[in-house]
Design a protein around this ligand. Sequence first.
Ligand SMILES: Cc1cc2nc3c(=O)[nH]c(=O)nc-3n(C[C@H](O)[C@H](O)[C@H](O)COP(=O)(O)OP(=O)(O)OC[C@H]3O[C@@H](n4cnc5c(N)ncnc54)[C@H](O)[C@@H]3O)c2cc1C
Length: 624
Amino acid sequence: MLAMIAAAFWEPSFQAKPGARAARRLPRADHSPATLSGQATGRRRHPFSIRRTLLWSGESSAAPILPEPDVTQAQAVDGDYDYIIVGAGSAGCLLANRLSADAGKRVLILEAGGRDNWIWFHIPVGYLFAIGNPRSDWCFKTEPEAGLNGRSLNYPRGKVIGGSSAINAMIYMRGQAADYDHWRQLGLVGWGWDDVLPFFKRHENHFLGESHAHAVGGEWHIDAPRVRWDLLDAFRAAAAQAGIKSIADFNCGDNEGCCAFHVNQKRGRRVSAARAFLKPVLHRPNLRLETGCLVEGVMFDGRRAVGVRWRQEGGPGNGKDAMRRSARCSGEVVLAAGSIGSTQILLLSGIGPADHLAEHGIGVLIDRPGVGANLQDHLQLRLIYKVEGVATLNARYHSPLGLPRMLAEYALFRRGPLTMAPSQLGLFTRSDGDQARANLQYHVQPLSLDRFGEPLHKFPAFTASVCNLRPTSRGAVRLRSREAADPPVIRPNYLATEDDRRIAASSIRLTRRIVAQPALAPFHPDEYLPGPAVRDDDEQGLIKAAGDVGTTIFHPVGTAKMGLPSDPMTVVDDRLRVVGVERLRVIDASVMPTTTSGNTTAPTMMIAEKGAALLRADAKAFAS
Ligand SMILES: Cc1cc2nc3c(=O)[nH]c(=O)nc-3n(C[C@H](O)[C@H](O)[C@H](O)COP(=O)(O)OP(=O)(O)OC[C@H]3O[C@@H](n4cnc5c(N)ncnc54)[C@H](O)[C@@H]3O)c2cc1C
């Protein structure tokens, strides 16, 4: 059956041919042993299982930050590039597309992960296999969190071309107009809702067609879900009975209400940023993709970024060892390695809080206390309800014919549960009367499990996950060591503020109120987690329960905050340039000064679209 599906999936765009064509035109391109080892053969092994005795080449950086390199081990990638993009993730793929559209600019894009030649990157339900798998996930962990009663969380981030968009839940969500108007109020010129709407639309191909809010013809497909569940229809009716109206579209500026999530899919297949933006242009002779590259730092001449150095899997003549490589850049270096990766690279390059850099023996290029600070994430509280007399994925999956039926439905019609984003029904509402706009988001799922990566429960159940959209708690990302291969220290600091704890307690109460409505009564919902022993009138008990059932909904942002240069916590200005140095930008989720009210891919793609326009405009101004 899996073979049937694989056959249905085998399309030219899944093959590495475009890259191979690029390889013929550019010397030493992406078909090196480094890029074709491990990932391509489907073997599970850590791409950076290397001999640690190797030393790096810093090329000709005038301000070397790490110890003197052993240049004999170094291999420079040919020539000068106009742009070097670090990270072929959600933002990086879009940037590569837009920047290489100018045939006169040479663009190099470096990715730590491999190619997406694995079927589970393309079948939507594949996130169940990709999350927690070193083939596709960095497999980070947070430190133990006081707000989570000492628990440490798995903290997935995509490690493959497409980045997190290759393993995420595919929900298309822009947030609220007020999020961006708030950015403009912070003094960030050009980042209000009216300013950014054209950048959302520039790459959009929306199934609802062209309107004031949406566009068609772009690379980023947004589709309606291809599966429905009576249980979720009943939840929507219950929400209406609790006073939460049904709406048709979350993405017009105000997302308050209840609706099925729209998804980044095309005819039942995931649309990742690699599929949408990178693979279709890999034939361009001026674009070069290198995979299996762990970027270790930016090279500087004084305070001007002049290149990037990395460790690449697979040396010449063998597929096992890593080698140090570097490339020079006469234009701009762009970090698009995400909220964790870009932070780590800035710190390793000597840009960050001086005391922290000194702790790790890293020379300070510029003291910017904001690097790695201001970490914001959405904490989802996963309330689980056992049900009776209605279909759930748990029951379908565990029934003897359930799985074959689902596979057949997918292979024949590209419909059914294999097309499922984990959450199909969304709901935005207010936790209390003091809120000026929706501050809670629900992800409702016809399934339950202990955590992603673990099996579905054997009993029929649904999950109503609720998160506070604008938490006031702030965490941090810090280096564990000066080794790029060492995972950084991640402390989201969930539920650290009184406000966040109060909203967590209110959101559990509200969930119970919705589930108690008549529309769900025929299915006898029975609270499994946190369970009826935690009473609504016990505020402290509810907060403790929130710490027990809370987990990330995978939205870290803010670690390279965009702000006014006068603010010491600012990392990039409103043109996304790193303050204090030249020719270095950060363009990814980490630049958001405050998180958006919803999932974070669409805002990241908008940032990349706008960032590409800023880069191109500045290059033109510089040339004239
Ligand atoms: C499991 C999961 C589910 C999610 N669900 C949704 C959802 O349904 N809807 C939604 O809107 N958002 C969702 N998100 C969030 C969303 O995917 C991210 O906010 C968004 O993709 C971030 O984009 P980015 O470009 O900043 O980073 P990424 O897409 O993570 O890209 C960063 C890239 O840089 C590479 N990289 C990192 N460090 C280095 C280095 N040192 N050297 C070289 N390369 C490096 C990485 O491998 C990666 O490819 C989810 C995220 C996850 C992980």
